[in-house]
Design a binder for this molecule. Structure first.
Ligand SMILES: Cc1cc2nc3c(=O)[nH]c(=O)nc-3n(C[C@H](O)[C@H](O)[C@H](O)COP(=O)(O)OP(=O)(O)OC[C@H]3O[C@@H](n4cnc5c(N)ncnc54)[C@H](O)[C@@H]3O)c2cc1C
Length: 513
């Protein structure tokens, strides 16, 4: 295990390549990948490169899952590609970026998104972007810069819990914090309302859950992964063209050139055993293979596994998966621009519905061209763990909240809208660490990949999806004696891991007495 040290900026090798082993599989090695999101396509990419005959079965008519994109005709007759939602591509997403490099070696498809402001009605904006990359300098700089972390804002803080953030190590974090909710952790942390709202809550909500529905262990791990243990810094990039043009069409072409079959509109309805092989039953025809990667969203995995002859451990783990409350995404084509100084992406704190705002017309080619032509603005509003009863209500609430934050948008007329509310993100409730499926299962031939999967290495969201996909592919390669794909990432232990930081609380109390 490695500790995060300030001078360790290069990614760690988490899985080493084994050049002494063959690179290509024996002829006739077949695999079926169920699900064409990041996890499934990451697995399929590695398998196809090594000579595996891969079939990807994807239920939707497009690839990408929660990162997918599709065509939409605006009321003026023009075509736009609409995404599932804005995504921040963090710079330490080593596995996912390595997959993207297959189609764009210089990663020119991504461009930096300036700043990472958190905005609120109550307090001035905070910028989490542009902090020094290396821990602990990022934390020191945040303290020096953030008005939410002045002495009076943190006077009542529990030092032991604060240091626990720097002392993350996977097993200890789970033991100490999994039974607690993120809400309780933040309350016990004892920082001011302002520091809690502006620095911690906005971050916690990006994981699609209410604070009371999110395990404090997951929050501490994610704080380590994205901030305190992240040697690349918290800044991020985003594609400068829509996700279909920039990512999915090129990856589909890359796969097809390597002999993979990508079947869209092919929902998998069942799995059954036939001798040593699995029969994967999909609309439009079944496929047989010895190796299967299930790369579904958590609800779909639970449904598929419920009717399948899998081992008891996989059945129990998949059966206990929980899905987060719905998220709502509303893309609005407005007849006038937002203020010229508004950031491309802003996280929102303290609103009942609105969690983020993205100005697509300042980010993505097609939206920018529409805005240049019409003088309008393309704005996307997100709500995570959304309480609105339907997408239209979510849009109305988010618009009203945006108008309170950015008054210039109040009078804007909505020329077009695409709005969705959907529950496909995983939940990480308190007390559930160790209950989710891992990549390896007790069922011969079946591996699981996705952003909810118990991953042996630090990772989150898109990177966890990609990393578990590559780990699943590596297990298929191992089964036929072929060397693994190298995987890089960050250290799994914080700067103070292993030190008795929990005693600091007692010290603080004794001093205060
Ligand atoms: C609005 C929004 C914003 C986000 N922002 C960020 C961000 O800024 N940064 C970040 O890192 N992550 C972000 N995420 C999370 C990120 O999108 C996910 O972590 C990632 O896309 C998950 O990929 P996956 O392959 O595990 O799952 P999915 O993308 O859900 O893929 C599963 C696939 O399985 C398919 N499927 C389901 N059932 C079947 C079936 N029966 N047969 C065949 N196929 C089936 C689905 O259609 C889907 O394509 C965001 C997500 C959303 C929704």
């Amino acid at each position: 295990m490695t500790r995060t040290l300030p001078w360790r900026r290069a990614p760690h090798v988490l899985v080493a390549a084994r050049p002494e082993l063959p690179r290509h599989v024996p002829a006739g090695t077949r695999a079926v990948v169920v699900g064409g999101g990041i996890a499934g396509i990451s697995a399929a990419t590695v398998l196809a490169e090594r000579g595996v005959e891969v079939t990807v079965l994807e239920a939707a008519r497009h690839l990408g899952g929660r990162l997918g994109a599709w065509s939409h005709t605006l009321s003026d007759g023009s075509e736009q590609v609409v995404e599932h939602g804005f995504h921040a591509f963090f710079r330490h997403y080593d596995t996912w970026r390595a997959i993207l490099r297959r189609v764009d070696p210089g990663l020119g498809l991504l461009r930096p998104v300036a700043g990472y402001p958190v905005i609120s009605r109550r307090w001035p904006a905070e910028d989490l972007g542009d902090l020094p990359a290396a821990p602990p300098f990022n934390l020191l700089a945040l303290f020096a810069r953030s008005p939410s972390l002045r002495l009076r804002e943190i006077a009542g803080a529990d030092a032991a819990l604060g240091f626990a953030l720097l002392a993350h190590s996977p097993a200890e974090t789970v033991t100490r914090f999994d039974a607690m909710s993120a809400g309780e952790f933040l309350a016990r942390l004892g920082v001011s309302e302002r520091a809690r709202a502006m620095l911690f809550e906005a971050f916690a909500r990006s994981f699609f859950c209410d604070q009371d529905g999110l395990s404090a262990a997951e929050l501490v791990s994610m704080f380590h992964y994205y901030f305190l243990g992240n040697p690349a810094g918290i800044g991020f990039d985003a594609p400068s063209e829509d996700h279909r043009t920039a990512i999915w069409d090129p990856l589909a072409e890359y796969l097809r050139k390597r002999g993979a079959q990508v079947r869209l509109g092919a929902p998998v309805e069942g799995l059954r055993r036939s001798g040593e092989r699995w029969v994967v039953e999909a609309e439009g025809g079944s496929c047989e293979a010895e190796h299967v990667v299930l790369a579904l969203d958590p609800g779909a995995l639970r449904t598929l596994v419920a009717g399948a002859p899998v081992g008891p451990d996989l059945a129990r783990r998949a059966g206990s998966l929980q899905v987060a409350p719905p998220f709502a995404v509303s893309r609005l084509w407005l007849d006038r621009p937002a203020g010229p100084d508004r950031a491309v992406f802003s996280a929102v704190s303290g609103e009942p519905t609105l969690d983020s705002v993205t100005l697509y017309s300042r980010l993505e080619g097609e939206s920018a061209r529409w805005a240049a032509r019409t003088g309008g603005e393309v704005v996307e509003l997100h709500s995570y763990a959304c309480t609105a009863p339907d997408a239209a209500t979510a849009t109305a609430r988010m618009r009203a909240e945006l108008a309170a934050l950015w008054p210039e948008t109040a009078e804007a007329r909505v020329l077009d809208v695409v709005e969705r509310s959907e529950a496909t993100a995983p939940a990480f409730p308190p007390g559930t660490a160790g209950t989710r499926p891992g990549v390896l299962t007790d069922t011969p031939g079946i591996r699981v990949a996705g952003d909810f999967v118990d991953c042996p290495f630090p990772s989150g969201l898109m990177e966890r999806a990609s990393m578990t996909g590559v780990l699943a592919a590596n297990d298929v390669l191992a089964a036929v004696g072929v060397g693994p794909e190298e995987i890089r990432g960050i250290a799994d232990r914080g700067l103070l891991a292993g030190l008795p930081v929990h005693r600091l609380g007692a010290l603080g109390r004794a001093r205060g007495a």
